[in-house]
Design a protein around this ligand. Structure first.
Ligand code: DC
Length: 227
C-alpha cells in the first residue's frame, strides 16, 4: 500500500513468453515495496503435477481432477515475494524446463484450472497489494487496476533471452528448439478461448527490445508514481 492510499497497490504486467516480465516485475515490486507474484509459476505447478503423475496434459478431465486435488498455496519468501508451494513443497527449482512449459501451456487453456488460480491470485494480492505478472492480469484478474503494462519485444530478442536463460541452467537445448517452443506457446496463449493474451487501451504498452531492465522498471515506476 502506498502512502495516502486506502486500496492496496495492484500492478498488472502482461505479455508473451521470454520478454523478461519476471525480472522486471520483481524489481518493480522491490521498488514499490509490495510483494511480487509470478502467476505463470502457479500454472506451472499444475503442469508439473500433471507430468509427474504421468497424465496427458491434453486429457482435460484428468487434468481438472488433478488440479482440484492439488494443494497449491502461496507462501512468502524472506524478500517478501510470493512463493508457489505444491503439496507443501516449493516448486521453483522444478518448473523451468521446456517440458513443464509445454504441459503448462496446454493445461492453462482449461477454464476450471484458470478459475482456481485467479481466485488464489486475487486473495493474495488484495490483502497485501502486489506486482503480478502473467497473461491475463489486466484483462481478468484485476481489470480495474489503473496500473496495467503490456511488455513486448521482437521475437528474435525473446528467443535469444529464453535460450540464454535455459543454457545458463545447464539444460541441453538448441536455439531452434527454443524458437519452436515459444512460437507454439505464443500461438496457444493468444488464441485460447478463456482469457487469451491480449491488450486494450487501458494498458501502457512497452517495447522492451532495446531497453535495459532498469529502463523498463523506471518507465513503469514513473507511470505509477505520476512523475
Ligand atoms: O510466464 P510463463 O512462461 O511462466 O507461463 C507459463 C504458461 O502459463 C504459459 O504458457 C501461459 C500460462 N499462463 C497463463 O495462462 N496465465 C497467466 N496469468 C500466466 C501464465
Amino acid at each position: 500500500m502506498t502512502a495516502g492510499e486506502s486500496h492496496p497497490l495492484i500492478v498488472a504486467i502482461d505479455g508473451p513468453s521470454g520478454v523478461g516480465k519476471s525480472t522486471v516485475a520483481r524489481r518493480l515490486a522491490e521498488r514499490l515495496r509490495v510483494p511480487f507474484l509470478d502467476t505463470g509459476a502457479m500454472y506451472r505447478a499444475i503442469g508439473l503435477k500433471v507430468l509427474e503423475s504421468g497424465a496427458d496434459p491434453h486429457d482435460r478431465k484428468m487434468v481438472v481432477a488433478l488440479s482440484d486435488a492439488a494443494d497449491v498455496r502461496l507462501g512468502r519468501r524472506p524478500d517478501g515475494s510470493f512463493e508457489v508451494l505444491l503439496d507443501g513443497e516449493p516448486v521453483e527449482s522444478r518448473i523451468r524446463t521446456p517440458e513443464v512449459g509445454e504441459a503448462t501451456s496446454a493445461i492453462s487453456t482449461y477454464p476450471e484450472v484458470r478459475q482456481r488460480m485467479v481466485r488464489l491470485q486475487r486473495e493474495a494480492a488484495t490483502h497485501f497489494g502486489a506486482v503480478l505478472e502473467g497473461r491475463d492480469i489486466g484483462t481478468r484478474v484485476f481489470p480495474d487496476t489503473p496500473y496495467k503494462f503490456f511488455l513486448d519485444a521482437r521475437s528474435d530478442v525473446r528467443f535469444r533471452r529464453r535460450f540464454e536463460e535455459l543454457q545458463a541452467t545447464g539444460q541441453p537445448v538448441t536455439y531452434a528448439d527454443v524458437e519452436e517452443d515459444i512460437r507454439r506457446r505464443d500461438l496457444r496463449d493468444s488464441t485460447r478461448i478463456d482469457s487469451p493474451l491480449t491488450r486494450d487501451d487501458s494498458y501502457v504498452f512497452i517495447d522492451a527490445s532495446d531497453l535495459s531492465v532498469e529502463e523498463v522498471v523506471e518507465r513503469m515506476a514513473r507511470e505509477i508514481e505520476g512523475e
